[in-house]
Design a protein around this ligand. Structure first.
Ligand code: C5P
Length: 232
């Protein structure tokens, strides 16, 4: 069954851990992104581990192979379960990351940031592209060939990606909103049921939980939506 990961964004380490404690046993998996990591550092990851919570460290690594390999080893030493890397770092960087992970941490590849539109991709790559989707498929293929464990994909792209890059890659999907919820700044959103139907393995949800008056109730309700979507 697909699993819920709550993204701990927009708060200090103390606030994040207070939220985790409030949610209690309703959620066992949390995403620590660049924002929280640059505030709380490895201590916040350790504090989650001490609470028996699983960690998705979303650092989107992108550097020379040697440096990325070192960061992957450090993350593995923190008992992180999922870690993101940018496919654009190139095959040698991805292979160095995979080698350093030694199956202790699952590597999830970011193809193109969803904030990039076609014209911006063209400016960055310095060439015309047929479509953003073609570029995502091409980069997903690179990730698969380099032995990555999964891909980050919007729920709206997940089923298409499963078809165009057949594999058993795990799909991690952000941009999830409970049916009828505020979309925040997310343009392309899906409900938990849509994400599950699209083949998502992990659903990443931030603000609908972190800004809810009762975060535990929000998690329980999302979990019920995920469970119901998974039932035949
Ligand atoms: O608050 P919200 O549910 O929109 O948070 C989604 C989380 O997923 C954030 O941590 C955000 O950085 C991340 N994310 C995203 N879209 C992507 C990749 C990651 O929203 N394409």
């Amino acid at each position: 069954m697909a699993e819920l990961i709550v993204a701990l964004d927009g708060m200090s380490a103390e606030e994040a851990l207070a939220l985790v404690d409030r949610v209690g046993d309703a959620c066992g998996f949390y995403k620590v992104g660049l924002e929280l990591y640059t505030r709380g550092g490895p201590d916040v990851v350790r504090a989650l581990g001490e609470r028996d919570r699983r960690v998705f460290l979303d650092l989107k690594l992108y550097d020379i192979p040697n440096t990325v390999a070192g960061a992957v080893r450090s993350a593995a030493g923190l008992d992180v379960e999922l870690l993101t890397v940018h496919v654009a770092g190139g095959p040698r960087m991805l292979e160095a990351a995979r080698e350093a992970a030694k199956e202790r941490v699952k590597l999830v590849a970011v193809t193109l940031l969803t904030s990039l539109g076609a014209s911006e991709v063209e400016v960055v790559w310095g060439r015309e592209i047929d479509s953003v989707r073609d570029e995502v498929a091409r980069l997903a293929e690179l990730a698969r060939n380099a032995g990555m464990d999964g891909l980050v994909a919007s729920a709206l792209e997940a089923s298409w990606l499963r078809r165009s890059v057949p594999s058993d890659l795990l799909l991690v999907t952000p941009g999830i909103r409970p049916a009828g919820a505020d979309r925040g700044d997310q343009r392309r959103v899906a409900t938990p049921a849509e994400a599950v139907a699209a083949g998502a393995d992990y659903l990443v949800v931030g603000r609908p939980v972190t800004r809810a008056p009762d975060p535990r109730a929000a998690v329980l309700s999302l979990s019920e939506e995920i469970a119901a979507a998974g039932r035949p």
